[in-house]
Design a protein around this ligand. Structure first.
Ligand code: SF4
Length: 156
């Protein structure tokens, strides 16, 4: 059975920078949980950052808090931990929180803390994509289901 790596905040873990979650209420997610397909990770917590923590954005490939502290190392450490889970569980699909500086798969904030989005990926999403993982966000649950079905049909 194919497993899916999922951002912990999408499943209700209160691990976002401000201590909140981003729980998704979806029958697909419920089904995948029941089937035991889901492995969760919060890369920022796995990288050693506290919750709550200052908001951070990517600028010129590095990650800075709003106060200007360079937290790039922790973000990379968290991404490596996510990749370790991917390898441990032979995962090919990730469902990560949109627009996060760790998890965003198509868009991120531009590093100016002015609520401006640009095309790009968070640090964990970048690493997983580089390793051939198909990365989706919470607005793409149907695409995840389709990709999962294609993978499992290929295997059967
Ligand atoms: S790092 Fe990813 S999993 Fe953790 S709170 Fe941010 S978006 Fe959610």
């Amino acid at each position: 059975m194919e497993k899916i790596l999922v951002s912990a905040c999408l499943l209700g873990a209160k691990v976002r920078y401000n201590g909140s979650d981003c729980a998704q209420h979806s029958s697909l997610l419920d089904q995948w949980l029941t089937e035991g397909r889901i492995i969760t990770v919060c890369p920022e917590v796995a990288g050693g950052l506290a919750t709550p923590r200052p908001p951070a954005e990517i600028r010129h490939g590095k990650v800075f808090t709003k106060q200007g502290k360079d937290v790039t190392t922790a973000f990379h450490k968290g991404a490596e931990k996510a990749l370790t889970l991917i390898h441990q569980h032979h995962i090919k699909i990730a469902l990560l929180k949109a627009k996060s500086p760790s998890c965003g798969n198509t868009e991120i904030y531009d590093g100016t803390f002015s609520d401006t989005k640009i095309s790009g990926q968070g640090i964990t999403a970048q690493l997983l994509i580089k390793h051939g993982i198909k990365v989706f966000n919470e607005t793409q649950l149907n695409e995840v289901a389709l990709f999962l079905a294609q993978l499992e049909n290929k295997l059967s």
